[in-house]
Design a protein around this ligand. Structure first.
Ligand SMILES: *Cc1c(COP(=O)(O)O)cnc(C)c1O
Length: 393
């Protein structure tokens, strides 16, 4: 395939979501390495406290990933074989894999055309007496309609577990995502709004988190810090066959620094989003991401959608054209029901979720990170507008 020869402004490839790591993070990690405590300990505990305070959450449990948080939440609730968990097909596979891990049945329902979040009306039609959990994902960082989801959940006594991997920090009707009593799982993966390289945080009610904490560390009644610290005891009881999901103090060292910078990161993300919106609003080939009036978007992703019929090229070719101009992109996500494991196990056809399918075929995520310079942003805009100009129908 021959790509158009663009006047190549960028000589260096622009990665899609580079992390922002400063001297503070490096110093804090070195400080941990020079101390006698490198795994779960004082810094992890401080990170939990500061994270919970930031989001006005009732409590927080630091783990080694968001996936671990979702899995632990399901296991803590005792969700298992015979139970159903309703979630979205437009998510990262981790959201659904964890449902399989506990032996429950994932029930996928389609998304809303504007936010691409799970559609509460579709959730309502999918509930059965076996529905134990509704697991919405705040897609791209735009909060789901939580009031509508909680209404449906209450009707069948189901618990809402939020996948908030993209939603740090975000608000729904003035309240922080993660400030409620139900379990909410955040991600500090390398590409997320703040990072600990790998890591996650589960928020929720203190008594729930207490049980989750036990399950997240082998099911032991006392964690290592308390056993090996002064005044600790060698005794512990195994209360359940738990997991090895604890966060290390090396990760927490990164997290403490990143949390202090989060507000500044978000300000920069919003500047980038405003620049994209200003540049793309008038282009009839492009559909821009929305932010509803009652939310504060976390802007984890900037998902551009190509207007059907407006261009002579496919989304895949559009991505190739941007790559040729040294602009990194991604697609969020290959829908769950199109992956071989789920397709084969549940007999899905691609058009089973028509809104998801129609949007998957025309979406791409542009670079979005607090690390982007004004020049980076200008280069992305120039490249996108160059491609739409050349291939307009
Ligand atoms: C990144 C991501 C996860 C997994 O996060 P980890 O911390 O890598 O486990 C889960 N759900 C969604 C929607 C994600 O984007």
């Amino acid at each position: 395939m021959s790509l158009t020869r663009a006047p190549l402004r960028r000589t260096e490839f622009l990665p899609f979501a580079p992390p922002v790591i400063g001297e503070e993070e490096i110093q804090e990690v070195v400080d941990t390495l020079r101390s006698d405590w490198i795994t779960t300990g004082p810094k992890t505990q401080r990170f939990e406290t500061e994270f919970a305070a930031y989001l006005e959450a009732p409590g927080a449990l630091a783990l080694n990933s968001c996936t671990a948080g979702l899995h632990t939440a399901l296991a803590t609730l005792g969700v298992g074989p015979g139970d159903e968990v309703i979630t979205t097909p437009l998510t990262f596979t981790a959201s659904v894999n964890v449902i399989e891990h506990v032996g429950a049945r994932p029930v996928l329902v389609d998304v809303e055309p504007d936010t691409l979040n799970i559609d509460p009306a579709a959730v309502l039609t999918a509930v059965t007496p076996r529905t134990r959990v509704i697991l919405p994902v705040h897609y791209g960082g735009h909060p789901v309609d939580l009031d509508a989801i909680h209404d449906v959940a209450r009707g069948v006594s189901a618990t809402v577990i939020e996948d908030a991997a993209h939603a740090l920090p975000a608000r729904y009707k003035g309240r922080w995502i993660g400030s409620g009593q139900n379990p909410v799982s955040f991600s500090f993966y390398a590409t997320k709004n703040m990072t600990t390289a790998e890591g996650g945080m589960l928020t929720g009610a203190p008594d729930f988190l207490e049980r989750a904490r036990v399950l997240s560390l082998h099911g032991m009644s006392r964690d290592a810090w308390k056993r090996y610290g002064k005044g600790g005891t060698w005794r512990y009881d195994v209360l359940a066959p738990g997991f090895k999901y604890n966060m290390t103090d090396i990760q927490a060292a990164l997290g403490l620094c990143q949390l202090r910078k989060l507000a500044a990161f978000q300000e920069r993300r919003r500047e980038v989003v405003r620049a994209y919106a200003d540049a793309f609003a008038a282009d009839e080939a492009l559909e821009l991401p929305v932010e509803r009036a009652d939310v504060e978007h976390a802007w984890h992703l900037y998902v551009l959608r190509l207007v059907p019929g407006a261009l002579r090229i496919t989304r895949d070719r559009f991505i190739d054209e941007l790559t040729a101009r040294n602009i990194g992109t991604s697609v969020h996500f290959i829908p769950i029901h199109m992956h071989p494991y789920y397709r084969n196990k549940y007999g899905y056809t691609p058009d089973r979720f028509p809104v998801t399918l129609a949007n998957f075929d025309r979406m791409l995520s542009l670079p979005l990170s607090a690390k982007l310079s004004d020049q980076d942003v200008a280069d992305v805009i120039e490249a996108v507008l160059d491609v739409t100009r050349i291939y307009r129908r």
